[in-house]
Design a protein around this ligand. Structure first.
Ligand SMILES: NC(=O)c1ccc[n+]([C@@H]2O[C@H](COP(=O)([O-])OP(=O)(O)OC[C@H]3O[C@@H](n4cnc5c(N)ncnc54)[C@H](OP(=O)(O)O)[C@@H]3O)[C@@H](O)[C@H]2O)c1
Length: 339
């Protein structure tokens, strides 16, 4: 156990369920007491925490694959930090850990839910992104769910984001015939082509997605990695070739919708083209973790795979960081930094 522990720390609570776009009044940053960790637990000073699109769904009071955030309780999510007090075997003061109690300065974590990470192998923030949950989502969604094979033409939406940027580059590295991405600004489009090596990219705000996709992929696509849903999914169905595959990873275009959103009007094309459209949850793919880390670490070391992170400094800016993510203010992984 360590001597000088903090007596209090701040954490973000959900205080009202947002209707449509989240508002500042739906959240509160509260100061709460911090205690020494109980048996089998560690006290962690969080250095970075993750804000992710799926958290919007957890703000609604609906049954889903993860339970809703409780009102007037701290929100949670991925975080990395330093152990400042330990009451558990195997974790010592000074160790760095990845765990699930983000959105707060100090986390009282059961040791069995903390994974030791090595800051000398990769920057700590990478364990939330390229080497963490979003990286594994890209890897599993492309290689396992979409059954990617060399020669496939791959289209990914949300392509400058944490998941999308990795999907496109992984496809390129593994021999895609063509990689196409869409993103929400001309600057992001430039990054996709010039930094990440996409063959073509377009700004979905500049015109109908179907037209822009057809132009970017004149021979059609074999795989669509969907991060967005809506108009993007409909356009992809039109451009998919025979036996095309769709990984439905996310549908961020509808996360703040207040009414049910229309489905793709061209769904009947699935029949003749024998398309496979499959949803995914990264949590189902933990078996791929060792292979994923080994392969991605190699690509990072060789410089073949690049990644970006957008840091928002200070816990007081946590809500703004989350809103910024939904608005597209991030390039690559959006991270709140407390260091
Ligand atoms: N199924 C799973 O297990 C799993 C796991 C992780 C993530 N996901 C999903 O994967 C997707 C990407 O997640 P991420 O963590 O990598 O986030 P991200 O892509 O880094 O950030 C979200 C991005 O979505 C884009 N966006 C926002 N509203 C949009 C709209 N109406 N139309 C098109 N794009 C919009 C914004 O970029 P622009 O500037 O390009 O608009 C924003 O930067 C999300 O849908 C998420 O829910 C699923």
């Amino acid at each position: 156990m360590s001597a000088a522990l903090p007596t209090s720390g701040r954490e973000w609570h959900l205080v009202a369920r947002p209707h449509g776009w989240p508002k500042a009044e739906d959240f509160a940053l509260r100061e709460v007491p911090v205690a020494a960790p109980g048996e089998g637990r560690v006290l962690v000073r969080n250095l970075h925490f993750s804000v992710d699109p799926y958290m919007r769904g957890r703000m609604n009071d609906v049954k889903s694959y993860t339970p809703p955030f409780k009102l007037d309780h701290p929100m949670d999510g991925g975080a990395v930090g330093e152990v400042i007090a330990s009451n558990a075997d195997g974790l010592a003061v000074g160790d760095h850990v990845l765990h699930g109690l983000g959105w707060r300065e100090y986390a009282d974590v059961p040791a069995k839910h903390a994974v030791k990470v090595d800051p000398s192998l990769a920057p700590l923030s990478a364990y939330l992104g390229v080497l963490g949950m979003t990286g594994l989502t890209a890897y599993a969604g492309l290689f396992d769910v979409a059954s990617f094979k060399p020669g496939d033409a791959v289209f990914v939406s949300g392509a400058a984001g944490a998941v999308g940027s990795q999907v496109g580059q992984m496809a390129r590295i593994k021999g895609a015939s063509r990689v196409i991405g869409s993103a929400g600004s001309d600057e992001k489009v430039k990054l996709l082509v010039e930094e990440y090596g996409f063959d073509a990219a377009f700004n979905y705000k500049n015109g109908p997605v179907a037209d822009q996709l057809r132009e970017a992929a004149p021979d059609g696509i074999d795989v669509y990695f969907d991060n967005v849903g809506g108009e993007h999914l409909e356009a992809a169905i039109s451009s998919l070739n025979l036996h095309g595959r769709v990984t439905v990873c996310g549908m961020i275009a509808q996360y703040n919708a207040t009414e049910p959103t229309p489905g793709p009007r061209n769904l009947a094309l699935v029949i003749g083209k024998r398309l496979r459209i499959q949803g995914m949850l990264v949590g189902d793919h933990a078996d791929l973790q060792p292979q994923f880390v080994q392969e991605v670490a190699g690509w990072l070391a060789s410089g073949e795979l690049k990644y970006n992170e957008t840091f928002v400094e200070g816990i007081e800016n946590g809500f703004e960081a989350f809103l910024g993510l939904l608005r597209g203010e991030n390039t690559g992984k959006m991270i709140v930094s407390l260091a």
